[in-house]
Design a protein around this ligand. Sequence first.
Ligand code: FAD
Length: 339
Amino acid sequence: MESVTNCSMDWPCAAQRSADLAPRTTLKVGGRVEWLVEPKSPEELVAAVNVARGEGLEVRVLGGGANLLIVPEELGGCVISTDLLNYTFRLTDLEAGSELVGSETPPARVAPAKVSDDPRLGLWAGARLQGLVRTAYQLGLRGAELLSGVPGHVGGALAMNAGSRDWGFWDQVERVWLLDPGTGELQERAREECAPTYRDGHLEGKIALACVMHFEPDDKTLLKEEADEYLRAKCAAQPVTERSAGCVWKNPDPEESDGRGAGKLVDDLGLTGLRMGDAMVSTQHGNFVLNAGKTTGKQVLELIEEVERRVLDETGIQLSREVRQWGGPNGESPVLAPA
Ligand SMILES: Cc1cc2nc3c(=O)[nH]c(=O)nc-3n(C[C@H](O)[C@H](O)[C@H](O)COP(=O)(O)OP(=O)(O)OC[C@H]3O[C@@H](n4cnc5c(N)ncnc54)[C@H](O)[C@@H]3O)c2cc1C
């Protein structure tokens, strides 16, 4: 694979031509993309999007690839990865976090030994969710423990409003910095100006660069115990060590499904273990589709569609997807799609 910092495209950061995306997803399926671009600051990300716009390239954003099904073998345009934007900050020395985006060098990284009174954290889009869980309990901050065992980056969690049935990432968000890839405009938005819903941050085609999260001070030991307990419960209920993209479907309206979640509906219809090649519905949890060998994005999609057909036929419930899909029929639009 070719990795270049200076090339004919003049990317402002590291970029790989014809990069394999499969290893960058938790499902481990997907083809190559024309360009994989890896900014190491929000400013580089903004500059990379400007280059892509100037060249008329499609732009997609990749976090931890933990909620993603990539269908095609070849994807045009560029994928911007947030892998190198893995920073978490105390807000102590920042004026209410306003320097979180906009400075050339990152502010000092989080320093667990020096606990300040400010129960907030600033996070760049590539900050890891498990790093956030750890940092929060080490600092005695309540609010991230429900993310215990949830893979991915902060940008992906903002896009997905990741969380549990009754709690979502946005519940802890105070402010967010968004980039409009169509215009290059940077917007700082208060939580009240955003409209996240269950498993959807409604970013409306914007790229999340960073956010400030607020927490409640609490006992460190207690918080760690709770995070550990959530992780234990998650491991017991879900195939967390298998290759998957997490829950494929959102839970339906409980009134429509007699309170049954999507996984239970699939389970009750005897669809666990159903296969399409090496794509398989998990026998441990009906809402997970696994890569049980060398499956392809196409097979995974066919299996998902087959389960949806059978659930609809048997129960009348149309499952709605949580997993995001790149390419293939009804795949999501790139955040920038030049005419
Ligand atoms: C084993 C397992 C368990 C899981 N458990 C849970 C759970 O309990 N609760 C839950 O909610 N989820 C769960 N998930 C799903 C996943 O962890 C979350 O959805 C997570 O937030 C995805 O983050 P990501 O960075 O991997 O996003 P990606 O998969 O990389 O991207 C998902 C979507 O977000 C977009 N995106 C990514 N970054 C940005 C950005 N910076 N700006 C704009 N858009 C962006 C992508 O373009 C894509 O549309 C689980 C997944 C696995 C594999």
